[in-house]
Write a protein that binds this ligand. Structure first.
Ligand SMILES: [Zn+2]
Length: 603
């Protein structure tokens, strides 16, 4: 062995060691950068980045500044960095709520707030009619229990009690029927003009009017729904020879309805004000280096919004807690990752253009990504793929990474295998292009997607999702992988071939007997249920339902909102053929859906 060779080998070894040190340093510095961005986005100053809030606005400006510093092209409205959209952020009672009764002893005008208030999902409007007591408002043929049996409620004002003959026991067989949304839906289906809801006097802990905050659907229940106080409800029974407490006691003991007309007339008006907020996506384009391919675009997206202070109806899993939800992993991590990919690519653009998108409104139902898909800054057919980063900050050792959308392009398996030969991540894959994040909006529009995710954890949607709990070195490796992935996709000689995944498994939530495989667009404000797409090979897919369809009737039920749709599913069993009335563009069509068995599988 020559000394010269040994000397050369020594030099080579030193160089290799230096390269390794440089690579480690680079990883260290990437981890530090990611840590910095996550700590900033998840800081108390940004107050949990609730869409449309001041904290979210500050976050959006931070992202826009980064894009600008990298020399990217602002691609929001009118050449600004921001794409605006509005959504219903909260609802509150407006002026003009009124409720009065024509009692035997004379008229009784109820006091707003003290004796009644509209529920958040009430329609605004007025109604008058005879008051009919419909027990717990439960119509459950499957349980052989029907508070509406033999009762005519058409055009009448229905009074129902909260809960069930088993009280509020969550283990009760009546559990699925206790939701007030459901009670309103049943009453409306039977032709009621309005619904009054009261807490029954038996075992009542509170007697104030029911207060139900804003929930997951922006669409109202299709009729006025007022919560009334227990004493006011009791007053409607005066002079009848029976009182509410006795009737309720009997229903609870015998598990038997005690419905009846009350011989009282009600006049009411419900006024609910929907408070809209303005939110923004932050969009920036990195023009492609190859003139022949630069007209095509790969979208790299991450939502930057989170739950603000949490609370009822926010999606927080910290029940009854009002505190900043920092959303460090969800999704300051993906936002920081997206910014790091932009930084790496900005100086060496790949062949195709890359659109970087920081979405708002994800937590309210993928509103921002849906806005981008509906109103893209460039023709939609030029978007060749979407890569979504949502919760990438807590990789387990490996580091482990889950990739969704694996089945949505013919090229993905080979491309990912080749890429990971360099990265050595512990990959798990999931074929479906649908999931509870923004890539769903793109897949529904027939765009191939990849969804990068490092897994759920106990701090998910809680104030404890803090920046100190992330694994930054692991995240740096995931982001390195994501950056190379973006380049590979943007450099593909041919655009990836979209595939609808043949069998995308259970979609609707656990516990449904049947499913259709239709994917609702959560931001739709109704009436009806608008579909953002259908799962490949599902009943809805086979029936010919399409993205953009609005379901107005499902079997016998008129569909005002997503809840009506869920209850309609509950009316059926697998194998039932159901006729759907669907609004498609300017026309309406009827489609036959053969329902499939629902059951297991997470969302
Ligand atoms: Zn979330």
């Amino acid at each position: 062995m020559s000394r010269k060779f040994l000397a050369l080998q020594a030099v080579a070894l030193v160089l290799a060691a230096q390269a390794a040190v440089a690579a480690t340093r680079q990883q260290e510095s990437v981890a530090a950068k990611l840590s910095y961005d996550v700590h900033y986005l998840a800081s108390g100053a940004l107050e949990g980045r609730f869409s449309g809030s001041e904290g979210a606005t500050v976050a959006a400006a931070f992202i826009a500044d980064r894009f600008r510093d990298l020399g990217l092209k602002p691609s929001g409205d009118g050449g600004t960095p921001y794409e605006h959209f509005s959504f219903i952020a909260r609802v509150h009672p407006g002026p003009g709520n009124a409720l009065s009764f024509d009692l035997q002893g004379g008229p009784r005008i109820a006091k707003v707030e003290e004796e009644f208030r509209p529920l958040a999902f009430s329609s605004s409007g007025s109604a008058s009619g005879e008051v009919v007591f419909a027990g717990y408002g439960i119509h459950a043929p499957d349980l052989a229990y029907d508070d509406y049996a033999g009762l005519d409620v058409k055009g009448k004002v229905v009074l129902v009690l909260r809960y069930s003959p088993d009280g509020d026991d969550p283990a009760s067989r009546f559990q699925p029927h206790m939701a007030l949304r459901r009670k309103a839906s049943e009453a409306r289906a039977l032709g009621a003009a309005a619904v009054l809801v009261a807490t029954g006097p038996v075992g009542a802990k509170e007697t104030a009017p029911v207060k139900i905050s804003f929930d997951a659907s922006f669409a109202d229940s299709g009729l006025p729904v007022l919560g009334i106080s227990t004493p006011l409800a009791e007053a409607l029974f005066a002079g009848h020879g029976f009182n509410l407490a006795e009737l309720q006691q009997r229903m609870n003991e015998r598990k038997e309805p005690a419905s009846r007309p009350l011989g009282v007339r009600a006049d009411l008006a419900a006024a609910v004000v929907q408070e809209r907020a303005d939110a923004v996506n932050v969009l920036a384009l990195l023009p492609g280096a190859d003139p022949a391919l630069a007209g095509e675009v790969v979208v790299v997206g991450a939502h930057y919004d989170h739950l603000g202070y949490g609370g009822d109806g926010s999606g927080s899993l910290a029940i009854g807690v009002r505190a900043i939800h920092p959303g460090a992993d969800d999704n300051a991590s993906g936002t920081a990752g997206m910014l790091e990919i932009a930084r790496r690519l900005a100086s060496h653009p790949p062949a195709r253009s890359v659109l970087f998108a920081a979405f708002a409104g994800e937590e309210e139902g993928l509103l921002g990504s849906n806005t981008l898909v509906q109103h893209p800054p460039l023709p939609k057919d030029r978007v060749v793929a979407m890569i979504n980063l949502d919760m990438i900050g807590r990789p387990k050792p490996g580091p482990a990474l889950t990739i969704g959308g694996y089945g949505t392009a013919a090229e993905w398996p080979a491309l990912l295998e080749r890429l990971n030969a360099n990265h050595h991540l512990k990959l798990a894959t999931n074929k479906s292009g649908f999931g509870a994040s923004d890539h769903s909006s793109f897949y529904a529009a027939d765009i191939p997607v990849l969804f990068l995710f490092t897994g759920a954890h106990e701090d998910y949607h809680k104030p404890s999702d803090t920046a100190d709990r992330l694994n930054y070195p692991g995240m740096a490796e995931v982001v390195g992988f994501a950056a190379d992935l973006t380049v590979r996709v943007a450099d593909l000689p041919q655009r990836p071939t979209f595939q609808k995944v043949a069998d995308e498994g259970a979609g609707e939530r656990r516990g449904f007997k049947v499913r259709t495989g239709a994917i609702p667009e959560y931001g739709f404000e109704g009436p009806g249920v608008k579909l953002s797409g259908t799962r490949g090979g599902s009943a809805a897919d086979k029936a010919g339902l399409k993205a953009g369809d609005i379901v107005l009737r499902f079997g016998q039920r008129d569909i005002r909102n997503i809840y009506d749709y869920m209850y309609a599913l509950g009316d059926h069993k697998p194998g039932d053929v159901v006729t759907l009335l669907v609004k498609r563009g300017a026309s309406t069509v009827e489609l036959q859906v053969t329902l499939e068995a629902g059951g297991g599988g997470a969302r």
